[in-house]
Design a protein around this ligand. Structure first.
Ligand code: UTP
Length: 293
C-alpha cells in the first residue's frame, strides 16, 4: 500500500518584514542578518531545516534583502584569497552554507502586508504539496531541532502541525494562542489536537497558554485561505487567521516545544541569545565571565 502522506520537501522562510524594533540597525541591514555569535539569524533557520531533511528553501524577500542571497552564494573574491593564503578552515566555514544549485529560490513580497501575505507570495513555488514555514527571528536551539520533531510527527499523522510553547498568562496577547482538544500519542511523543486559534488574545480571552512560536507544517490549501487577503490583527494579513479557517476541514496538531527559544526580533531576546549561547561555548564562557562578572 502506498503512503498517502506526502513528504515535506520545501520550507518557506519569510524575511520581508521591516524589522522596526531594531531600527536603526535594520535600516540598511535585514533583521535576519543580525548575528548571534558568529552566524546570522537566517543561517540558524536554514540549518534547522536542513537537519530536518528539508532540501528546497524558499525565501520571501523584500527591498534591501539582497545580502541574504549573497550569504548563501559563493563569495569568489574572499574564497580566492583564503585559498591562496592556505586558510582552509575559514574557507570551509565560508562555503558551509552552499546548497546544490537550484535548491534555493527567492520570491519578492512587494509590500509587507504581514506574515500571511508573505507566505501566500510563495504559492507558485510551493505548488500542490505540504510545506514548512519558519520565522528566522525565532531562534530555536534544541537537539533534535524543532522542525525535525514536527516532521517526525507529521510523517505519522499528516495534516497540519504547529509548534507551541507554554507562555505566562500576561503574555498571551503577544502571540497566536491555540484552543486544545484531545491528546494524541505518536512514537515521537504526544501531541495535541487543535480545535481553534486566536491571534493575540487578552489573558482573560485566551483559550490556553499554548503560544504559536513560528514553526509550521502546512497543507497547500492554506494558500487558498490566504488568497482572500483578509486583514487581521495589527492591520496585517495573518497566517493564524488562514489556519483558523481550515480547522474543521483538515487535521491540525500541536507539537509542544521545550528547548531553548529566543525571540531575536526583540532586543532583549537577541541579547539573551548571544549571552546564553556564548556561555555554552567553553572558549567564550570564561572570557565573558571575566568581563561581566
Ligand atoms: P515580525 O512580526 O517580527 O515583523 O515578522 P517585522 O516587520 O520583521 O519586525 P518588527 O515587528 O517591525 O520589528 C516575523 C517574520 O515574518 C517576516 C519577517 O521578516 C520576520 O522574519 N515578515 C513579516 C514578512 O516576511 N513579511 C511581512 O509582511 C511581515
Amino acid at each position: 500500500m502506498t503512503n498517502p502522506i506526502k513528504p515535506v520537501r520545501k520550507i518557506v522562510l519569510p524575511v520581508a518584514g521591516l524589522g522596526t524594533r531594531f531600527l536603526p540597525a535594520t535600516k540598511a541591514i535585514p533583521k535576519e542578518m543580525l548575528p548571534v555569535l558568529d552566524r546570522p539569524l537566517i543561517q540558524y533557520a536554514v540549518e534547522e531545516a536542513l537537519d530536518a531533511g528539508i532540501q528546497d528553501i524558499i525565501f520571501v524577500t523584500g527591498r534591501n534583502k539582497q545580502v541574504m542571497e549573497d550569504h548563501f552564494d559563493h563569495a569568489f573574491e574572499l574564497e580566492k584569497i583564503l585559498l591562496e593564503r592556505g586558510k582552509t578552515e575559514a574557507l570551509a566555514i565560508s562555503q558551509s552554507m552552499l546548497q546544490e544549485e537550484g535548491r534555493i529560490s527567492y520570491v519578492r513580497q512587494m509590500n509587507p502586508h504581514g506574515l500571511g501575505h508573505a507566505v501566500w507570495c510563495a504559492r507558485e513555488i510551493v505548488g500542490d504539496e505540504p510545506f514548512a514555514v519558519a520565522l528566522p527571528d525565532e531562534l530555536l536551539q534544541s537537539k533534535p531541532g524543532c522542525l525535525k520533531k514536527m516532521i517526525d510527527v507529521y510523517n505519522e499523522l499528516g495534516g497540519n502541525i504547529i509548534a507551541t510553547l507554554k507562555v505566562p498568562d500576561q503574555e498571551t496577547s503577544n502571540y497566536g494562542i491555540v484552543a486544545l482538544g484531545h491528546t494524541v500519542q505518536t512514537t515521537g511523543g504526544h501531541c495535541t489536537e487543535v480545535k481553534g486559534l486566536v491571534e493575540k488574545p487578552k489573558p482573560s480571552e485566551a483559550p490556553s497558554n499554548d503560544a504559536i512560536i513560528g514553526r509550521y507544517i502546512l497543507q497547500p490549501e492554506v494558500m487558498q485561505a490566504l488568497s482572500s487577503k483578509e486583514i487581521g490583527a495589527g492591520g496585517e494579513i495573518q497566517l493564524t487567521d488562514a489556519m483558523a479557517k481550515m480547522i474543521g476541514h483538515q487535521a491540525f496538531h500541536t507539537v509542544e516545544y521545550t528547548g531553548g527559544r529566543y525571540d531575536c526580533g526583540s532586543k532583549i531576546g537577541w541579547l539573551t541569545a548571544n549571552i546564553v549561547m556564548a556561555m555554552e561555548d567553553p572558549e567564550l564562557a570564561q572570557k565573558l565571565k571575566d568581563v561581566i562578572g
